[in-house]
Design a protein around this ligand. Structure first.
Ligand code: CU
Length: 485
């Protein structure tokens, strides 16, 4: 590619279906990368292993094959950053290097020098097909009759329908995360934030940022699915990168970071040097030449510049413009960055989710801190912490209210179980604490108040499994707490 030119990552559904040259070259490049042995850093499997790897979960394992050295695996594999403020910049580097490796493979095959990874905009309300996989990810063969590596048979056994439709509904791909004004989540604050909690280089333990939860986590587990004790590739950290859908999913997540930064009211990226320079925690990779390199968020904030040179066809704001005025969602940034939400209630024991619907009630105290004095109604957050399971399992919907059938308008959010069994395993890298999510339920509480259905002394919740939980899952929510801000 000529110096100074910028690749344009396009909406996959805006391409010619089924076989736009971008998709056909995507497939041919994947085939070339898949032909390389796992010890080759430019191979399909090595690249997936950077995100996560475990021999027992590797579907392509060949008896007797050699892996990279133990020290290289230790240094460069199992690096994925989740539940961390490094989630977005780490995955940006990961995709940027991978895109260059695939593009080089395409050039070697005689393809275009400006190939760019397409993105999957499952939240596009103007596209009736948005939540389906494009036909290139369903077709059995390429136009020349060779097998299509963008299709994975396993997807169609576990989650995805034969026509490519994916079990996602509006709430699963909601972009409410864009309304969060603050990037960095104080893990003890009880509130939500767009980008994730300030952490060292690590994944797991703290709450996930709002983008990482929805749509990111929901799309992973909807495409991956699970069945019995098994889970689809996209449902686990250790196998997600083996699915070609992973890359166009994460391209969209990366794009949403740029969308958020461009929104009126966005608080922007962290300015802390601990984040910008990833002090003591620089991201270690081998680049498209195989050379050892380290990166930090500050190196990749402008995607159009060195080292990756790409842009998106659009980063227009998909949500209605925020109008200034009183009410939930419009608190000042200054207040929000200094405030801690006040704990007003919590469960006293872990909650086993062993039946299709589980109900809990939480006693609420009167706020005594800043939420009491606030002139505007408090924002209300549910903190669901240390969600653990022994096996892959289904998404769980959380509803306010516990009487009769849960009402769709009382849906507080969905808990995606992406990587739950690894996050729950104290023996796994960064594991043991399970998954934690924070849901902003302010708008539901305001409506319940308006309808006369809000009880300030008690909050009832219903947990509803989206599909069958599976046998011996041992799904447990460690604690639920309610916070006012
Ligand atoms: Cu992901």
């Amino acid at each position: 590619m000529a110096n100074g030119s910028v690749r344009t990552r396009r909406d996959v559904w805006s391409l010619q279906q089924p076989w736009d040259p971008i998709l056909e070259w995507y497939a041919r490049g994947v085939t070339a990368m898949r032909a390389r042995p796992i010890a080759d850093p430019l191979s399909w499997r090595y690249q997936a292993a950077i995100h996560g790897y475990h021999t027992s979960l590797d579907p392509y394992r060949q008896p007797g094959e050699s892996l990279p050295s133990a020290s290289e695996r230790q240094r460069l594999w199992n690096q994925c950053q989740h539940s961390s403020w490094f989630f977005l910049p780490w995955h940006r580097v990961y995709l940027g290097i991978w895109e260059r490796i695939l593009s080089d493979a395409i050039v070697q095959l005689g393809g275009p020098a400006d190939w760019a990874l397409p993105y999957w905009n499952y939240s596009d309300a103007t596209n009736p097909n948005a939540r389906s996989l494009p036909p290139a990810f369903v077709a059995a063969a390429l136009p020349d009759g060779t097998p299509n590596p963008l299709r994975l048979e396993q997807r169609f056994r576990m989650g995805v329908e034969a026509d490519g439709s994916v079990p996602l509904d509006d709430s699963d791909v909601s972009l409410d995360c864009l309304r969060d004004r603050v990037f960095t989540l104080d893990p003890n604050s009880g509130t939500t934030a767009f980008g994730g909690p300030s952490t060292l280089f690590s994944h797991g333990g703290g709450p996930a940022g709002s983008l990482e939860q929805t749509p990111h986590g929901n799309v992973h587990v909807a495409v991956g699915g699970f069945s019995g004790n098994d889970a689809g590739l996209m449902s686990r950290f250790e196998t997600a990168g083996l699915d070609p859908v992973f890359w166009m999913h994460h391209a969209n997540i990366d794009r949403l970071w740029d969308v958020w930064l461009g929104r009126a009211g966005s608080g922007g990226n962290p300015t802390s040097l601990d984040w910008l320079n990833a002090t003591g925690a620089r991201f270690r990779f081998r680049d498209h030449t195989g050379a050892d390199k380290t990166y930090a968020p500050a190196d990749v904030l402008d995607s159009k510049a060195e080292p990756f040179h790409y842009a998106y066809d659009t980063i227009a704001d998909p949500l209605p413009v925020v109008v200034a005025g009183p009410g939930p969602g419009l608190e000042s940034l200054a207040t929000r960055e200094s405030a801690m939400a006040e704990l007003v209630g919590a469960t006293k024991a872990p909650i086993p989710l062993s039946s299709p619907t589980t109900r809990v009630g939480i006693e609420l105290a009167r706020p005594s801190g800043p939420a009491l004095e606030s002139l505007t109604p408090p924002r209300v957050y549910l903190n669901l912490s240390n969600i653990t399971a022994k096996r892959p399992t289904t998404r769980v919907r959380v509803y306010l209210g516990a009487h009769g059938e849960p009402r769709e308008e009382d849906l507080a959010g969905t808990l995606p179980m992406f990587g739950v069994e690894t996050a729950s395993d104290a023996e796994a890298p960064h594991g043991g604490s399970g998954l934690s999510y924070v849901l902003d339920v302010t708008r539901i509480v305001e409506r319940l108040k308006a309808e006369g259905r809000w009880n300030p002394e008690r909050l009832d919740l219903s947990f509803v499994a989206r599909d069958e939980l599976g046998a011996d899952v041992g799904l447990l929510v460690g604690s639920v707490s309610v916070h006012y801000e």
